[in-house]
Design a protein around this ligand. Structure first.
Ligand code: PLP
Length: 421
């Protein structure tokens, strides 16, 4: 805890800002050079959805191939949202209604609401306050879980091989929620390809985006067929498409729903994907620079990156103020940084155990699962997630698409705010 606080010279209190108001930040999203042309192609293609009569190739199938190749996965099944990707991934496992599924306490609500939507019971586990992710011990502590949703949080990867070593021995499936980690790599292997299934979101704020969108990847041929049906009302692609007929045939081995990606979104993703690694290179270079600048600022840290993680994928960069001044919280630090930088800095969402977005009791149809959910979490504490949620300030990855001066400004603003502490 800090003591006396001199905040008078902070921009949030009317002092001079670190960054001149006329120096703009990079904008997000960045449309790829081919984006307009591909969207026009869809517009005149007579195919705006995969459930349209065959007439030329679908962008959706092209994106599935290209994203699978990019990640090094055998199969990719695109979906309309990352949340639906998680739902179909969980459904594809064929678990029993109400089976427990481990979910980290620090993540977007969809990591857990998808579990409920799949008829399963989310069991929340604390995260490591150094990495923000689940570790293998959390899985060891919950011997009855049948699956684990491992989230690669914000800027770091969870140790999926270590988690799988515990889970595999128990017949517990590992699903990677890589919604925040497109292109992150662990000893050369992409996030999403280390577990049994990997799920991605292509919502507006993500590093690969089509506004809304998602995908599931797997190397498992049997799961891939089920995933296709689960996201397209029990239908799979035909091997022999015929002009004027639907590409989808009613194989119906498992009941699905319509979670299909639109052709406009798929076209945009085909255009955006080639930019991803160039953008990673810029962001990661800037992140390393920021880490150097911040090394001299006491009581402020970035998340710990495991040495096995050989490629970062920054989604939101947490700056952890381990010792906030007395009477100040991270919402104050976020407002102070925003005022210094002229760019939105924000605190993480509350951990799921106290998130207003995870309230299954508001849906009567979930009643039996809700009772078990409430009983299972009564009296539990989540100190790792609570610490990060109450001591971090997040910066969106687009802030890292500029140059070294931007990082110098961020570091100066962080030092000023921490110094006021
Ligand atoms: C970790 C995580 N999982 C799942 C999702 C859900 O993705 P979508 O918003 O595309 O449904 C998100 C989106 O923010 C996310 O960050």
């Amino acid at each position: 805890m800090g003591t006396a606080v001199d905040t008078g010279r902070l921009a949030v209190n009317g002092g001079p800002a670190v960054r001149p108001a006329d120096r703009p930040w990079p904008v997000w999203p960045v449309p790829a050079p081919e984006a307009g042309r591909y969207l026009q192609e869809v517009l005149h293609s007579r195919r705006w959805a995969i459930s349209s009569p065959h007439h030329g190739d679908l962008f959706e199938r092209r994106f599935a191939r290209e994203f699978a190749d990019y990640l090094g996965a055998r199969h990719c099944v695109p979906t309309d949202h990352g949340s639906s990707a998680l739902v179909v991934a969980l459904e594809s496992l064929g678990l029993e209604h109400g089976d427990p599924v481990l979910v980290p306490a620090l993540t977007w609500a969809a990591s857990a609401t998808a579990v409920l939507r799949a008829g399963l019971l989310p069991v929340l586990a604390d995260v490591d306050p150094e990495t923000g992710c689940l570790d293998a011990a959390a899985v060891r502590d919950e011997p009855d879980v049948r699956a684990v949703v491992v989230v690669h949080w914000a800027a770091t990867m969870a140790d999926v091989p270590a988690i799988s070593a515990v889970a595999d021995g128990r017949g517990c499936a590992v699903i990677e929620d890589a919604a925040q980690a497109h292109g992150a790599r662990w000893l050369g292997r992409a996030a999403g390809t280390l577990g049994r299934l990997g799920c991605f979101s292509m919502q507006h704020s993500k590093v690969l985006t089509s506004g809304e969108g998602g995908a599931v990847v797997t190397d498992d041929d049997a799961l891939a067929g089920r995933l296709e049906e689960l996201r397209a009302d029990s239908r799979r692609y035909r091997d022999d498409p015929r002009e004027g007929e639907l590409d989808l045939r009613e194989t119906a081995t498992v009941m699905g729903a319509n979670f299909c990606l639109s052709e406009f979104a798929a076209a945009l993703l085909c255009a955006q994907l080639p930019l991803l690694d160039e953008q990673h290179a810029v962001r990661n270079r800037n992140y390393d620079r920021l880490a150097e600048f911040l090394a001299d600022v006491p009581s402020v840290r970035l998340l710990r990156r495991r040495p096995e993680q050989d490629q970062l994928s920054l989604y939101e960069v947490p700056i952890v103020f381990d010792r906030l001044p007395a009477g100040m919280d991270n919402a104050w630090a976020a407002a102070a940084l925003t005022a210094e930088l002229g760019m939105r800095a924000y605190p993480p969402r509350p951990p799921l155990p106290r998130s207003p977005l995870l309230r299954p009791w508001t849906k009567p149809a979930l009643a039996p699962l809700t009772e078990r959910f409430v009983a299972r979490h009564r009296g539990r504490t989540f100190p790792g997630a609570d610490h990060l949620a109450s001591h971090s300030v997040l910066l969106h990855h687009s802030a890292f698409l500029g140059d070294e001066q931007d990082m110098a400004d961020v570091a100066a603003a962080v030092a000023k705010v921490a110094g006021a502490a």
